[in-house]
Design a protein around this ligand. Sequence first.
Ligand SMILES: CC(C)(COP(=O)(O)OP(=O)(O)OC[C@H]1O[C@@H](n2cnc3c(N)ncnc32)[C@H](O)[C@@H]1OP(=O)(O)O)[C@@H](O)C(=O)NCCC(=O)NCCS
Length: 447
Amino acid sequence: MTSKPGWTVPLEDGLVMRGATPGDADRLSDYNAEMHMEPDEYPGPAFWIGEWTRDLLTKPHPRMKLDDVIIVEDSASGQIVSSTVYFDQVWSYCGIPVPVGRPEIVSTHPDFRNRGLVRKQFELLHRWGDERGHLVQGITGIPYYYRQFGYEMALEMPHPRTAAVSQLPKWKPGESPTVQLRLAKRSDMPDILRFQSGAQKRALFTPDLTSEDLEYQLFDRDPRSATHQEPWIIGDSGGQPVGYVAIKSIFPLEIAHVFALEFADRGMFRAYTEPFLKSLRQVLIDLPEEDEKPLQKITVELHEGNPATGFLGDSFHARGRIYAWYVRTPELPKLLMLTAPKIEERLAGSDFDGLTGEKLIGFYRSGLRMKFEGGRLAGVAEERMPDRSEAAANFPDLTFLQMLFGRKTFGDLTAMFVDAYASKEEDVRLMDTLFPVQHSEMMFALS
Ligand SMILES: CC(C)(COP(=O)(O)OP(=O)(O)OC[C@H]1O[C@@H](n2cnc3c(N)ncnc32)[C@H](O)[C@@H]1OP(=O)(O)O)[C@@H](O)C(=O)NCCC(=O)NCCS
């Protein structure tokens, strides 16, 4: 068994694939820091990946066990030559829990690349996913690569916006701040969960966060880990908590990131985002210790569905490129049946209220037959080599996932791919009714 403690799989050329042990912490941290170097950002090993790895191997993690850290090593020399980590997660699809697996921290030593070592690890972790009932795998990664393992880049990621700290708005001399920022404590967790629940409500997909998940994320990471974020409470002029923000600043990198910014209710984003930025400016100026250089830049990494993105003002000029999560859906019929309550809610009151009959969605070599009874989704069955002339809509490759994960409309896809089409206008409308575009909120997909 490959998920039991001490599991080992022999590979070719004297290599062995095995689960990690606590004794691997230093070596794997050093290896990952070397493999994930970013010379444009920092001249040495990526210590932030090293510290993340060390956290995973030395402390309890709510969503991962040590046997889910895969190491490939040369059995003669003991050298680590490749590695991947697999996290168990639960995401919410409009409030419906979906079991998910997340591979991360993937690399192979340059001397061992292009021999299929990562492919082997993905075959293994996809098997684990099947055993654990994972209906989605999601990974954030380098462009194109994971398509080769059945993934589509179909789930939105935050769109980074950067400003110089010196350009952020500031409080005028004598003006009394209407927003106060203070470092959060563990005892603030009930408030933080309350503020974070706004993100859960507006999202199509979002991690189904437990209090333990969020507390681990915000309070238990090494401060030098790539995944560490420091929570701050946003108070009104009297100090009453009205929201929270998660800030990542890794020294000596001279840039800080805002990863979550939530207020108690939606109207507060308009009222508080600008005053928040004024107080944030002072926090960023004060953050570096005496021996550290001042922070030059702040990057806000919020999903487009976060109302604050509309109120950030003119200081945030540089917009980073749009990117996406890779997703894989090993059992699409099961996933669609799980989302049936939401699909039925969309049908009710639409032009397809009370829909009865079968609708075939074709992917050319395979397809899905969706059976509706009186507006209920009664079944979804996989079909091999479907008849494309019978299909309500046809999608090439994995492009259907762009709709299922809320990133593109059917019109977007038909404009991009001539072999994505529906012959009848009513089926175009049905696709948009069943799978509307909606933002997701993927902060805190715990890794
Ligand atoms: C990207 C990386 C993980 C690939 O590891 P690897 O062990 O060489 O990968 P594999 O050999 O299993 O790759 C599977 C297939 O992808 C191909 N491939 C390898 N690197 C690729 C790349 N960067 N882009 C596209 N395809 C690539 C391989 O040739 C192989 O093709 P094949 O199955 O048709 O023979 C490795 O180059 C690496 O560690 N890079 C630096 C760190 C990094 O970028 N990690 C990924 C972070 S998300």
